[in-house]
Design a binder for this molecule. Sequence first.
Ligand SMILES: Nc1ncnc2c1ncn2[C@@H]1O[C@H](COP(=O)(O)OP(=O)(O)O)[C@@H](O)[C@H]1O
Ligand SMILES: [Mg+2]
Length: 356
Amino acid sequence: MKAGDWHQFARHTGPEPPAVYTVSELRAMPTRRLEAYIEERNAWLQYVQLPWAAGLRAQKRIDRIIKDNALRAPGAKNVVAVTAKHTAGKSTQVRAWANRFYRETLGPAFDDPTPPTWRPRPGVHAQDVPVCWIDLGSGKIRLFTTQVLSFFGYPTNGLIPDLVARFSDVVENHRLKLLVVDDINMLQLGNRDARQVLDHLKHINTVLGQHGGSLVLVGRREANSLVYTDPQLAGRLHVIQLETFRSEPEHRAEWQEFLHGAEQVLLPYLPAAEPGLLPRSLAPDIWRRTQGFMGDTVDLLRQVMHMAAEDGSWTIRKSHVAAAFLSERAKTEESMLPVLVRAKRAEAQRQVGAAR
Ligand SMILES: Nc1ncnc2c1ncn2[C@@H]1O[C@H](COP(=O)(O)OP(=O)(O)O)[C@@H](O)[C@H]1O
Ligand SMILES: [Mg+2]
């Protein structure tokens, strides 16, 4: 990604919500118009964001840490690491927060479609892009360094130490306040290149910190994660853990609350559905199919919303939920659920037996 793209993406809001119709209006619609409407509705569904209370709480925590960092004396700052299982929805939350941070930092310049510029020195024009987002494609130091430099349009040839040293210019020339590095699970123990990337990240944190800026890391915490096991970083690291939704009785309210929020967004487009469809009637079925992973849940909801329109039922049925195509992970875990349930039951009985 380049700084200019970041500016465009941050400003992009997605398709407008389509019109809302009653069942009789939809059934009376000429075929061609109905087909166009279903397409428009589907395009909106692919973009729609669903509210997630735990995700919003995580965003608030990131915001506090980064804003406090900016208020502190120059020097290396606290580093945020957001972790969760794959497809639990962490990048989406950090992206939403980083977009807001970008908008707030730019102020009115955010509304201009051309990326803002300023003059760091007389006669020099530079892009004024306070946020840089890097998807760590690998744990390779050259790739990481060149990703940061090419984001800002700098040449990327030369020796690695020279490339690393150019980071200070980037911060000063572009008033960089936030570097987000996603997929840091790529950095694993025992890998020399990954070690160099981590050292570079620590250097970046110091340079950024001298200008009031911060580093945010995103990625699953694994046993061999370098970021989560480095003692020097540990002293500054604030880990924000996001969870998938769980099915145990004490966690059900959270799942239902999420589905209730999703329903507020989706129900106007299901005119034959009764309120409570998602959080009450379908909650267990949806959990069984997705195991409470945000990625699969959103995927399923988009599919069943489309099926409900295509077959003219305009409500979601259990058969729709059963027919959704999901990730390999979800399929595998769903097929293992009966085994897990039996094992849990046996364990409970064993405990009762032991207590007697
Ligand atoms: N709140 C949300 N609303 C709608 N879609 C979401 C939401 N959170 C995640 N998604 C979608 O779920 C998928 C997985 O989310 P992502 O943030 O990429 O997960 P992670 O970074 O944890 O692997 C993506 O396709 C994303 O667009
Ligand atoms: Mg991600």
